[in-house]
Ligand binder design. Sequence first.
Ligand SMILES: [Zn+2]
Ligand SMILES: [Zn+2]
Length: 57
Amino acid sequence: MRHYVCTGECGTAFEEEGVCTSPDCSQNGQPREKCDCTDGYHGALLEEIDEETDPER
Ligand SMILES: [Zn+2]
Ligand SMILES: [Zn+2]
């Protein structure tokens, strides 16, 4: 099932598109990322983010 995940500290998954609403999250107010995983780990999505933020690895 499609869902939308905040890629900040809160890592919350939402059923609807929107922005992160966690006040303490670095991605607060930023759009959630669309995800289609079925295991709840958002593997593909988080791997993508990792590569973007840590190109040396
Ligand atoms: Zn967040
Ligand atoms: Zn997911």
